[in-house]
Design a protein around this ligand. Structure first.
Ligand code: 13P
Length: 250
């Protein structure tokens, strides 16, 4: 069985004062039946690990460079994130694909670097509103999936996050039918490429306006193994009911 995963992406939010939210989360879930991961800004990874030390909440990064080291001013390698205490890295978030023009080939190289560092890659995929309205969603997902996931992917080091761009930060959520269709499709594609044993162990997260009020409905969908949560992961009071909904959905 796949262990469920509640992951939070803090994006460019969070100062040291906000570490209190992590401590509260850690205290509220001393022995969770699922995995909990928070990806704060890179500046907070080390202090976040210290704040959660010995607790269930794991800490991850939001992006990494494809190389382990080099003359790349301002960039961070997966190895550096690991050294700071991260256990996972989000790669290919739509905000990076859009604002930083990252291609699926770039994402694949970053995921490969994440695996080489011994970390879990959370590889993000998702269609735009125009692509969905043109009935191209599954074609887009198929293309992003095959180009963004490296051959080094296996059940232990790879999580796929389906985040429809139009649902991110918009308050719009994909319907259970839309989520189920894409998640079943992703599982089938991964199975065809990696075989049932590996693909069957890879966790598939939904992301896009997941809130305490809609989490249970989303977690009831087939092949949804958890969520990648933006805004509602910033405060322990919001993230805790999402964690509880995921525990209840096991
Ligand atoms: P929101 O939950 O704020 O819509 O963000 C989703 C997301 O982009 C997580 O990576």
């Amino acid at each position: 069985m796949r262990r469920k995963l509640a992951a939070g992406n803090w994006k460019m939010h969070g100062l040291r004062a906000d570490l209190a939210q992590l401590s509260a989360l850690n205290t509220a879930h001393p022995d969770p039946a699922i995995d909990i991961l928070i990806c704060p800004p890179a500046t907070l990874i080390a202090p976040a690990c210290a704040a959660c030390d010995g607790g269930a909440v794991q800490i991850g990064g939001q992006d990494c460079h494809a190389r382990a080291s080099g003359a790349f001013t301002g960039d961070l390698s997966a190895l550096m994130l690991k050294d700071a205490g991260a256990s996972a890295v989000i790669v290919g978030h739509s905000e990076r694909r859009d604002a930083h023009e990252e291609s699926s080939e770039d994402v694949r190289a970053k995921a490969k670097a994440t695996h080489a560092a011994g970390l879990v890659a959370i590889i993000c995929l998702g269609e735009s509103l125009a692509q969905r309205e043109a009935a191209n969603t599954l074609d887009i997902i198929a293309g992003q999936l095959s180009a963004s996931v490296p051959n080094s992917a296996d059940a232990t080091n790879t999580v796929i996050a389906y985040e429809p761009c139009w649902a991110i930060g918009s308050g719009l959520t994909a319907s259970p039918e839309q989520i189920g269709e894409v998640h079943d499709f992703i599982r089938a594609r991964l199975t065809a490429r990696f075989g049932a044993a590996q693909a069957g162990g890879m966790r598939l997260l939904y992301g896009g306006s997941v809130k305490p009020g809609n989490a249970a409905e989303i977690f009831a969908v087939s092949n949804v193994d958890g969520a990648l949560v933006g805004g509602a992961s910033l405060r322990a009071d919001d993230f805790t009911p999402i964690i509880s909904a995921l525990e209840a959905a096991r």
